[in-house]
Design a protein around this ligand. Structure first.
Ligand SMILES: [Cu+2]
Length: 691
């Protein structure tokens, strides 16, 4: 309902502008109509336009009502900023323009005399229509560009100022026109002179606008060097204000995993260029770890000391490794420019951490990730329970990815873009480890839609945390957030089971008993899996009613604007893009609530590094199933999620949208602990481009 209202509201802002622009042109020319009949016709047309504008306004109010019905916060800026600035000039039209206009529309055939002309050119009669046209321009600007966020006081001022200025300018201008139209030599004034002047005026306007756009584009370019810890926009979430870095704090370099001790598992990952061949035969010029993509599966046990040595042999690309979902010490988090310098060609970096969580995770570069992850710098990281996996269990790691070729996006599981078959004996416990490594451009950036058909399944874990009391689901439809993971389990039945990404119905994975060559049909209209109410039992350390040390709100909007020199639909957090986005400041052991509100046109799979957060509620409905712990949460337009987490992992942590296009366009913020500093910088003048 929010999206319908939001889209309609934007379109109607444009429709209102077109109507009022026509009305203003008509009103401005009214006094110049040569004959009684022409004047009457123009006046009637203008009246009809005003009626049409009223109808559109009513529809716009309905659209705003649809958004308000979801929650006040989805359209409060319309109610507080936009509508008053539209309604006030319209009211002036009703009071000062409409009575005179009706008289003109009903005028008889008496010649158009000076008195009539001066009535039709009177500023009090014309200016309200012209100013309303200006207000609708501000309305379009509001709908697509400015997107105000609370507290709205400065937005009221910045949006009202041009309207008020236009009153003065238009009143002065219309006064001059009034004198012209009532002058005795009016009829003899040449048209040529005024045409020339109009052309000159238009040229000046075009020049000024072009210069303004060039200036805005240039000034949106990011600085060459930025520090993640030196932002002005600090949010304490209603808690006590605390120091952000400064002298004498703890450097992220001190927040590393165990530096000594023999690792239980040691891996070497070498980043290199390689050609990856998909099952269809398509070849991808990929960026890889160890020449393969997805990179080698890293499989460790709970409690292992893991050591991963990264070498970079890609000649023109810096790399890192981020352990997505694994809440490692901050210095091991692999974010270029925040926790380390990106590894330059020929360089190395060694990560060491203890695998404390059991479950399905993945790793990927956090340097130029928009391009580098898409091109292959990722792989699976599996942490098995200390005592090993359940006896007899077979697990299948499925990395849903989208390979880009010059002409196509190829939806695949790993390198399989065609249907794959595996033999599994009936009675075998099966675990599908579903990982979404990519946002989903082929389905309009919606969460990746996956189905499992052939047997009822359970969701045993979400984002590397076990689900309590999972119940069987028949033909479920999973919407997997980018970066998110579902562990789906079942006991192999006597017939085949099929896993499908609905964006590639010819691909997928079929598990079948030996000798069975049949393929189950795809059922794509099954129930959407909703973790909010799935499972039962389990304990919650806090819930929607708990008291929190700090409560933050993240208002996700988007607007048409320049970011880093380019024009985009820029996603914004609380009205800003990185590096002006708010920094969430916390203190160790704080219990923190974050309210995420998506008022934008796009999905935002929000990913907080270093922590797992508990989902408390969605659109006011409390979570009732098993505790739903997330590190990657898809927030769709019109949704409000409340999540809670304990600040128990000190550091400087990225908190960003994992739709990497959005992150690259500034949808990045960070969570900073009191006193933590980083010696690293990011930007063109550094090796580091974490987004
Ligand atoms: Cu996003």
């Amino acid at each position: 309902m929010f999206e319908v209202g939001e889209n309609a509201d934007g379109i109607l802002a444009g429709v209102l502008f077109l109507i009022w622009l026509s009305a203003a042109i008509l009103a401005t020319r009214l006094a110049w109509r040569p004959t009684p009949e022409a004047l009457r016709k123009s006046a009637r047309r203008l009246l009809r336009l005003l009626v049409a504008a009223l109808v559109v306004l009513v529809v716009k109010c309905v659209a705003i009502g649809l958004m308000l019905a979801v929650d006040w916060i989805f359209a409060d800026n319309r109610v507080i900023v936009q509508m008053p600035l539209l309604l006030l000039p319209m009211l002036a039209v009703v009071i000062w323009t409409v009575p005179g206009l009706r008289a003109l529309a009903n005028r008889d055939d008496a010649p158009v005399d000076v008195e009539t002309r001066s009535a039709a050119a009177d500023p009090r009669f014309v200016v309200p229509v012209q100013v309303t046209a200006v207000a609708t321009v501000i309305g379009v600007y509001f709908a697509y560009v400015s997107r105000p966020v609370p507290s709205y006081l400065d937005d009221i001022a910045t949006h009202a100022a041009p309207i008020l200025l236009s009153v003065l300018v238009l009143w002065f201008w219309q006064g001059r026109r009034l004198r012209v139209v009532t002058a005795t030599d009016f009829a003899r004034r040449g048209r040529r002179a005024s045409a020339l002047r109009a052309t000159a005026q238009a040229a000046v306007v075009v020049l000024v606008v072009a210069a303004g756009i060039t200036y805005v584009a240039q000034s949106s370019r990011l600085p060459d060097r930025m520090s993640m810890t030196s932002h002005d926009n600090v949010d304490y979430g209603g808690g006590p204000s605390i120091g952000h870095g400064g002298h004498g704090g703890t450097s992220v370099d001190e927040l590393r995993g165990p530096r000594t001790g023999k690792p239980n598992k040691a891996f070497t990952l070498t980043a290199k260029n390689a050609t990856v061949r998909l099952s269809s035969g398509t070849e991808i010029k990929a960026l890889t770890y160890n020449g393969q993509s997805p990179g080698p599966e890293l499989r460790v046990r709970e409690g292992d000391l893991v050591e991963v040595t990264l070498h970079n042999e890609i000649p023109d690309e810096n790399v890192t490794i981020h352990w997505h979902g694994l809440d490692v010490p901050n210095g091991e988090d692999g974010v270029a420019g925040a926790t380390q310098n990106a590894v330059e060609p020929g360089g190395s970096f060694t990560y060491r951490f203890i695998a404390e969580q059991v479950g399905t995770f993945w790793y990927h570069t956090h340097q130029n990730p928009l391009e580098a992850i898409r091109r292959g710098l990722f792989g699976a990281l599996i942490v098995e329970p200390r005592d090993g996996p359940p006896p007899g269990e077979r697990d299948f790691v499925v990395q849903a990815h989208e390979w880009r070729t010059p002409d196509d996006n190829i939806v695949s599981f790993g390198t399989s873009d065609t249907l794959q078959r595996q033999e599994v004996a009936p009675g075998t416990p099966v675990r599908l480890r579903l990982i979404n490594t990519d946002n989903n451009p082929s389905t309009d950036s919606r969460p990746r839609a996956l189905t499992v058909n052939g047997t009822p399944v359970r969701v045993a874990a979400i984002d590397g945390v076990d689900v309590n009391g999972p119940t069987p689901l028949t033909d479920p439809r999973f919407g997997l957030a980018t970066g998110g993971r579902y562990d789906v389990t079942f006991t192999m039945p006597a017939g085949p089971v099929r896993l499908t990404d609905l964006a590639n119905r010819d691909g997928g994975l079929v598990l079948a008993p030996p000798g069975d060559t049949s393929t189950p049909k795809i059922v794509d209209d099954g129930d959407h899996f909703d973790p909010l109410s799935y499972g039962s039992g389990g304990s919650r350390p806090f819930d929607a009613g708990s008291s929190y040390d700090r409560s933050f709100t993240q208002l996700l909007d988007d607007r048409l604007s320049f970011y880093n020199g380019g024009l985009h639909l820029v996603p914004i957090i609380n009205g800003h893009s990185f590096p002006d986005t708010p920094t969430l400041m916390v203190r160790m052991d704080d219990v923190v609530k974050v309210r995420i509100v998506n008022r934008s046109h796009q999905n935002h799979p929000m990913h907080l590094h270093g922590h797992h957060a508990l989902v408390l509620s969605r659109n006011g409905v409390r979570a009732t199933g098993s505790p739903w712990w997330i590190d990657s949460l898809d927030v769709i337009p019109g949704e409000i999620y409340e999540i809670g987490f304990k600040a128990d992992n000190p550091g400087l942590w990225m908190d960003h949208c994992h739709n990497l296009d959005h992150a690259a366009n500034g949808m990045v913020m960070h969570l900073a602990y009191e006193g933590v500093t980083s010696p690293y910088e990011l930007g063109r003048g550094t090796p580091n481009q974490p987004e």
